[in-house]
Ligand binder design. Structure first.
Ligand code: SF4
Length: 225
């Protein structure tokens, strides 16, 4: 039978089975499989490379350096700040400068450093001009990158550093003291809130409270909280 005959026969069979309605097989898609494969095979480093030239929001034009994050790609502790500042924008690394040095001291006190058992990132990857808070439209564009990082790192705990990071992640507009001391959840991972190191430099009276937070964090990571 030629091709035309085969089509006629197929249509006759379809009419016998289903009447005048014609049912076509929907093409199958392998997209979910592709997503899964992508998730399984993509390393944190190659993900960073893949978004390094991002221009999804206007901050892509004004940045000096894209700031993906730094640390152990399999860390059980993920620290998240709001956005790169001036030094971070120049050096392409989060939490450098005075507040970064203080954060390094705190991490050392709990037996970690920025390359060991910790990953440090920001909610958004490019510096907002004059260190202003990120705009909701910028967060909307950039937050999926953080969620992807969390999926790849799979930390046991996320710690939001400072009120802006915490309120951005938790979508809560309340004072930091009302978010501290509780276990929240972000993207399916427990999240704790503590002070930004810059706040500790401005107000050393907060250091004891922050230290208590980090002691709790250390215990939690070791399954003791
Ligand atoms: S802030 Fe985020 S969304 Fe905006 S350009 Fe930078 S990487 Fe892209």
């Amino acid at each position: 039978m030629n091709q035309r005959g085969s089509i006629h026969q197929y249509l006759r069979q379809q009419r016998d089975l289903f009447g005048d309605e014609l049912y076509l097989n929907k093409p199958t898609t392998n997209r979910p499989a592709m997503i899964q494969k992508d998730h399984e095979s993509l390393s944190l480093e190659s993900f960073g490379e893949s978004i390094r030239e991002c221009q999804e929001c206007p901050l892509g034009k004004s940045r000096t350096e894209f700031v993906f994050g730094v640390g152990d790609p399999k860390a059980n502790l993920l620290l998240v700040g709001e956005a790169p500042g001036e030094q971070e924008d120049l050096q392409g690394e989060p939490f450098v400068g005075r507040s970064g040095k203080l954060l390094d001291k705190i991490l050392k006190a709990i037996g970690r450093d920025r390359n060991k058992d910790v990953f440090i990132a920001n909610v958004i990857k490019c510096r907002p001009p004059s260190n202003r808070d990120p705009l909701p439209s910028e967060v909307e564009k950039c937050e999926p990158y953080l969620k992807k990082q969390i999926g790849l790192i799979n930390p046991r705990l996320i710690v939001a550093l400072g009120r802006v990071a915490a309120k951005t992640l938790l979508k809560l507009d309340v004072p930091l003291k009302d978010m501290r001391g509780k276990i929240h959840s972000y993207a399916g991972t427990p999240l704790r809130v503590t002070y930004h190191p810059a706040a500790l430099l401005r107000n050393p009276g907060l250091k004891q409270t922050a230290w208590e937070d980090f002691q709790w964090i250390q215990k939690y990571i070791h399954g003791e909280s």
